[in-house]
Design a protein around this ligand. Structure first.
Ligand SMILES: C[S@@+](CC[C@H](N)C(=O)[O-])C[C@H]1O[C@@H](n2cnc3c(N)ncnc32)[C@H](O)[C@@H]1O
Length: 213
């Protein structure tokens, strides 16, 4: 995956973002050393962005699709208000095992629940509305996640969808790869959706923020 902004300016932005806590830095290092596709981890800039959004919104119920090794869960947990909780969905035991270890070592162990199994099933099973949603699981299901969760977003809630610029491949109409197509179609659907107000940010690999009208 390549980021949307150039390497130099990305480095500058990262150097001017509050560095991660020691535990998150350790988690990032272990992820890089021992998991496949470590670039999936959100990292310093997006992690701090999620934390800031959560801190500003003060959500009670947060839903994450795609735990991986736990970086974004722990980033959001750092901004959660008293009584807030994060439900995060994962299918790979190897990923959840690492996330669990770091969550248990963090001050937020009682605020994060990892749900194993396909996210769509977990969404069905967990009832109610969400104050903040972070979508970062399998891209092929992005449109299904959007449709399942927009009606269940609280009226003051916010949805953040990751990788919506897909390394810039969304611009290439000749790129007919399934994931590119799904992301491009979702972006078009969101901006035309009468039910939603959206902004697409060029942070990392593209992050779209959506709220209900
Ligand atoms: C891009 S990574 C998530 C990165 C994570 N949010 C972070 O910041 O470190 C995507 C994760 O989604 C998981 N995943 C894939 N398909 C899934 C599904 N159907 N339901 C839940 N999780 C899924 C993958 O195993 C992977 O760990």
């Amino acid at each position: 995956m390549s980021f949307i902004v150039g390497e130099e300016i990305e480095g500058y932005a990262e150097a001017h973002t509050t560095p991660p806590a020691a535990l998150l830095a350790e988690l990032a290092a272990e992820t890089k050393a021992s998991l496949d596709s470590p670039q999936m981890l959100t990292g310093t800039i997006e992690g701090r962005l999620l934390e800031q959004l959560v801190h500003a919104l003060q959500p009670k119920r947060v839903l994450e699709l795609g735990t991986f090794s736990g970086y974004s869960s722990l980033s959001m947990a750092a901004g959660l208000p008293e009584g807030g909780h994060i439900d995060t969905c994962e299918v790979e035991e190897k990923h959840a095992e690492m996330a669990r270890r770091y969550i248990e070592r963090s001050p937020y162990a009682d605020r994060i629940t990892i749900h194993m199994g396909p996210a769509l099933e977990t969404i069905e099973r967990l009832g109610g509305e969400w104050d903040f949603v972070f979508i970062d699981a399998d891209k092929e299901n992005y449109a299904n996640y959007y449709e399942a969760l927009l009606p269940r977003l609280a009226s003051t809630g916010l949805m953040a969808i990751d990788n919506t610029l897909w390394s810039g491949r969304v611009l290439d109409e000749g790129d007919e790869e399934e994931t590119t197509r799904v992301i491009r179609e979702l972006n078009d659907r969101i901006v035309a959706d009468e039910r939603a107000i959206a902004v697409q940010l060029t942070v990392r690999d593209g992050v779209t923020l959506v709220r209900r009208r």
